[in-house]
Ligand binder design. Sequence first.
Ligand code: NAP
Length: 341
Amino acid sequence: MQYRNLGSSGVNVSTLCLGAMTFGEADESSFMHKVGCDERTAHAICDRAVEAGINFIDVADIYGQDGLSERVLGSWLAASGRRDELVVATKFRFRMKPHANGSGASRFHIVRACDESLKRLRTDRIDLYQIHMQDITVPEEETLRALDDLVRQGKVLYIGCSNYAAYRMVQSLGIADKRGYAGYVALQAQYSLIERNLEREHIPACREFGLGLLPWSPLAGGFLTGKYRRGTQAPSGARLERTRFNYSYYDKEQNWRVLDTLLQVAEESGGSPAQVALAWLLRRPQVSSVIFGCRSLEQLDQNLAAESLTLSDEQVARLEEVSRPDWGYPYSFIRGVQERW
Ligand SMILES: NC(=O)c1ccc[n+]([C@@H]2O[C@H](COP(=O)([O-])OP(=O)(O)OC[C@H]3O[C@@H](n4cnc5c(N)ncnc54)[C@H](OP(=O)(O)O)[C@@H]3O)[C@@H](O)[C@H]2O)c1
């Protein structure tokens, strides 16, 4: 396993991060129903991932149901005796309680959310605490000041943001710099061969300001594993068959074209489509660690092997070309003259 700096911080994280969104089985009332695995499987996945060198695990208070994924991870952390080797990341922002301040990025919610995550994770600190999505109703300064207090109290070591507009992320970095608060060291965002919109503004901003990128849903929820095929029913039991992450979002001609090339490259390289999709991301600029999901040991083993898969420059170029979005104005205009903006 290889390790990279977590964005602008000094801490080292494995280039593959274990996503814990699939930990625990939520009931029908949850958006996570039938996305996850049982606790025993989740613990076996953690054991094997850490044995393989993974030292970075990402979860969120909202995953599972009423903090279920954090609780499942917490019980493993407590039993494993390996807490101190690991970089544990979680998130706050979405609704955890039905009252008026049971969600959001206010100081009021953050202080409570952090304490509750610490309890569920059975730990005394969160290594990377991330705001799950920006909150336009709260001044960024209030959010940052509350997070900075948590850092000074030692409850949180580093902070990061997720699902931010690029302007807001840059604005936030400016406030942190001006006020001497802890600033975001990494951006967690959706990035894969079928979702490259980040390359317009976010990745250049990460490059300029030194943030690491943590791609989520790198396999597009399973679409890029090769088990979904054009014109056929989605496989029974898989996430895109059953949940609100509906199949129709993926079922687009452009995505099928990407998949065709991915399948070709997989065959040539001797890797699986999932491995090629992960290996492609591992080569992208600014990526600190790729947060993949799995809900069985077989899926884990296959995904772990992505780290040692070598793609040729020509294969990478083919994948890049087929998946390249229409940049639009002003990016296409700039690109007519210069390679990057
Ligand atoms: N910040 C955010 O807003 C945000 C949002 C989403 C996720 N995340 C983070 O990113 C992590 C990963 O997200 P994700 O679960 O959507 O990632 P993903 O890696 O794109 O999808 C994982 C799913 O794909 C299928 N799969 C994985 N490996 C496979 C393989 N080798 N062969 C066949 N199927 C395979 C499994 O689903 P099935 O078995 O059901 O097909 C698995 O649960 C999450 O755990 C979470 O930590 C963050």
